[in-house]
Design a protein around this ligand. Structure first.
Ligand SMILES: *Cc1c(COP(=O)(O)O)cnc(C)c1O
Length: 431
């Protein structure tokens, strides 16, 4: 279809020539994720063109500055243009940008695998790299399926997942997703999954046919930031262990300090069969993911070529991504990132409680570590977008999930920067 615009241009307000050009090219040829393109390409819609960043701040092509209130879709940890990570990526560019992990080792991937195993809960000793959160889940799914075939339990074919959960958008990962507005239309094209609302409902399933259970530990992200009750993860892990069901933890969002500890599962002393990591792995710099697993799973893939895991991507274990990830882990140690989180988490909590008390427009604040969902509407969905649009005018960038405004600042945010973000929200709510 031909783009339907006005002959006199794509935009209404005056702006720099570059900005106009970028927006025109975007509206003519781009296609954005999770985006109704009709509204996006509407003449009145003037998307921000983000052009640079430093620390928790982003600038658009018109020179306006914004607080990165959702960590660039939940990825950024230590801020933009962090000198340590920038230098590591530059150093790696001075060596090589990409080499194949199929048939070759690479220095950065070796170092990163070792570091991840040292950081992860006991029992996870193997690292399979891929590209993003969805592929980290695909890897766990396919590995668990093949594991059953190679350990004499081929009848264990079923997956169980939680209602309203989210695990990515590729067809396999989407099959595990319980958000019906995204996934229902694809249901019969994917893997069959049993959905449960809580662990108690698992008892109604035939556990002997279950291969694995997948969960976002401590808090469901896309489901409007809903924390699980304390103790739920530990009891789920026990349920799985007692029945020989594998446990896949999707820590794509919760990993790397977001909930206050390096990994969410540490909080309940749980070590899964598969730990899926992505978003924060490179500090929010480059697409890279990792699926960690146990010696027991790994052992089933030894033996002849017929037992190997035939899976991989062109950019598996990309050295630039691994270099960024290693530098991000260095930053955790050098800047004592985890030690400094409790103070920030408490400050953000107090700021949001105050916002809820004083604004009158907040229905509920849900939090876990530096992750917050601020429910502002009647559930209709329009209010969240409206609040985010207004907050933008006060220098805060974030996205709603329906009527829940997400506040997930980079871990490096200072308390006065958190105050800035919440003040912008307060103004937006007051308007
Ligand atoms: C974002 C996310 C994914 C998907 O990761 P992508 O990198 O977007 O493919 C999977 N699970 C959870 C919990 C996520 O938040």
């Amino acid at each position: 279809m031909v783009w339907q615009g006005r002959a006199d241009g794509f935009m209404v307000t005056p702006m720099r020539d570059d900005t106009r050009r970028w927006i025109e090219a975007d509206k003519r040829h781009g296609w954005h994720p999770f985006t109704p393109q009709g509204a996006w390409t509407d003449l009145d819609h003037e998307p921000l063109v983000l052009t640079c960043g430093e620390g928790v701040w982003l600038w658009d092509s018109e020179g306006r500055r914004y607080f990165d209130g959702n960590s660039s879709i939940w990825t950024n940890l230590h801020g933009h243009r962090h000198p340590r990570i920038d230098a590591a990526v530059r150093r790696q560019l001075g060596e090589v940008a990409h080499t194949s992990y199929l048939g070759f080792a690479n220095a950065r991937a070796s170092e990163l695998a070792e570091r991840l195993v040292a950081l992860a809960p006991d029992g996870l000793e193997r690292v399979f790299f891929s590209d993003d959160g969805s592929t980290a889940l695909e890897v766990a799914m396919k590995m668990s399926i093949q594991y059953r075939q190679q350990t004499g339990e081929p009848e264990r074919t079923r997956f169980a997942a939680f209602a309203n959960g989210y695990h990515g958008d590729t067809l396999g990962a989407a099959s595990l997703g319980g958000v019906s507005r995204f996934f229902e239309r694809f249901r019969r094209f994917g893997v069959e999954v049993d959905f449960v609302a809580d662990p108690a409902e698992l008892d109604a399933l035939d556990a002997s046919a279950l291969n694995a259970v997948v969960i976002e530990p401590l808090i469901q992200g896309v489901n409007e930031m809903r924390p699980w009750p304390p103790g739920m993860l530990a009891s789920l892990a026990r349920w799985c262990r007692e029945r020989g069901v594998l446990l896949i933890l999707d820590e794509v969002m919760t990993g790397f300090g977001r909930t206050g500890t390096m990994f969410a599962c540490e909080r309940e002393g749980v070590s899964p069969d598969f730990l899926c990591l992505a978003k924060g792995l490179t500090g929010g710099y480059l697409p890279l993911a990792a699926t960690l697993t146990t010696p027991q799973i790994y052992a089933a893939f030894l033996g002849g070529p017929e037992n190997a895991f035939y899976y991989g991507h062109s950019y598996t274990a990309n050295p630039l991504g691994c270099a960024a990830a290693l530098a991000s882990l260095d930053v955790f140690a050098e800047e004592r990132v985890l030690e400094r989180l409790p103070e920030k988490i408490a400050a953000m909590g107090e700021l949001l409680e105050k916002l809820a008390r004083e604004s009158g427009a907040v229905r509920e604040v849900r939090r876990c570590g530096l992750i917050a969902g601020i429910e502002v509407g009647d559930g209709g969905g329009g209010r969240g977008a409206e609040v985010c649009r207004r907050a933008r005018a006060h220098g805060l960038l974030t996205r709603p999930i329906r009527d829940t405004v997400v506040l997930m600042p980079p871990l490096c945010s200072k308390i006065d920067e958190l105050e800035f973000a919440v003040r912008a929200l307060a103004w937006a709510l007051g308007e």
